[in-house]
Ligand binder design. Sequence first.
Ligand code: NAD
Length: 500
Amino acid sequence: MAIPIPSRQLFINGDWAEPLLKKRIPIINPTTEEIIGDIPAATAEDVDVAVQAARSALTRNKGKDWAFASGAVRAKYLRAIAAKIKERKPVLAKLETVDCGKPLSESEADMDDVVGCFEYYADLAEGLDAKQKAPISLPMKTFKSYVIKEPIGVVALIVPWNYPLLMATWKVAPALAAGCAAILKPSELASVYALHLLASVFITCLELGEVCREVDLPAGVLNILPGLGPEAGASLASHPHVDKISFTGSTVTAVKIMTAAAQRVKPVTLELGGKGPIVVFEDVDIDKAVEWTIFGCFYTNGQICSATSRLIVHESIAAEFLDRLVKWSENIKISDPLEEGCKLGPIVSRGQYEKVMNFISNAKSEGATILYGGNRPKHLKKGFFVEPTIITDVTTSMQIWREEVFGPVLCVKTFTTEEEAIELANDTHYGLGGAVVSKDRERCDRVSKLLQNGAVWVNCSQPCFCQAPFGGTKWSGFGRELGEWGLESYLSVKQVTEYV
Ligand code: NAD
């Protein structure tokens, strides 16, 4: 283990706090399967204390300390957080790799995105001041109206484990820019709460607490409560003094969160799973298209919500395409994710590893062919590794076509006409990311319009910028994160109309 794992408590009201029930969750390194530390598990009692701290942060000094401070004041804190994260990038990237198994180069890129996202929302926070009191044009001269934008209030930010600090940042940065006070709940692995030995938890989110302490963020503005989903997460979702829930995770959990939110008519933003298509036409540069197909499905060890994990390739190039896809896959370096050149590390936990392996064996028993991979790599004796896997002879009724795997598994179908390709691409309950690859510009425009996805990539897959909106349709959720849309989702619009 290259770096010591910091021992942390809960982060509440600007400082570290013992969990009231002193429960802890072990941290497992998915590469070595060893326990390398532990973190506290917040309970309903801790949630209550954190929500009160957040509420006081909004009302202290009549809100002037935070909620009604100028955007420029909040921007100063966001920039200070960005600068501290930049300084700690090497440590944070290593922690994230050791904790969740993604190749170090990817964790480093994530930390750059974290810094960029805080800086971007600092700019938007500053810009908010000029947008206040925007006049509305009315048909009667005897009335004057304007709009003010106010923070929604106390927000619960519940995040998954695949990009621990980045997914947290997508919520924390705009929420703070808007003037909200937040309770961030990083992930444990919800499916393993009964068997703690399988847990893997997300220490970089807790490091964000230390950064907030160092920059003297006003107490209670950001509280961080790691804990189990059905306990800390559920208490947050149903808490009467939480004004909004922003959730990223599975569709199954989203239903529970929506149900809890409905009881108190709370707004929710939901960023959920996906089963994205990549449609490859016959006119492509095959090597480039293969590279994006690999990247779109195997990046982050295949654990990407917007992964394009269904390849829909024109029948006239399918044989050659698959041949080159296999050759590329053979060259993917699978190793300890801290090792130079690693391209595929372990799956995040044993529970998730077993889930991925089950998908592969179900595909086989349903009659699909494992064209490449499908096993644990032979050269690695420990760790939750799965080979990059390509599955053909797939039918649209098979589980592997219909359900999100969340691992490095690509399933393949061929098509003859453009209509057929679009029908196959949209043949899913999900609607997060989709991609089209073709040299024909008009065709790309046509297909982009017809894909039922919140994000469409043309001649690429996965690039994501904090300036552009991100979110899904259908079972992939609703609401948008990032860009101005992300900021708006933490603002409440108030109109003031005056008789003159
Ligand atoms: P998950 O739904 O199991 O857990 C997500 C979060 O919800 C965790 O913090 C968990 O503790 C919490 N949680 C669990 N049960 C809860 C409950 N009853 N009440 C409140 N909170 C609860 O998802 P996961 O396994 O951590 O993440 C994987 C899923 O997330 C995949 O489906 C993936 O596609 C999706 N995801 C989506 C995006 C996106 O931007 N759309 C990004 C990353 C991951």
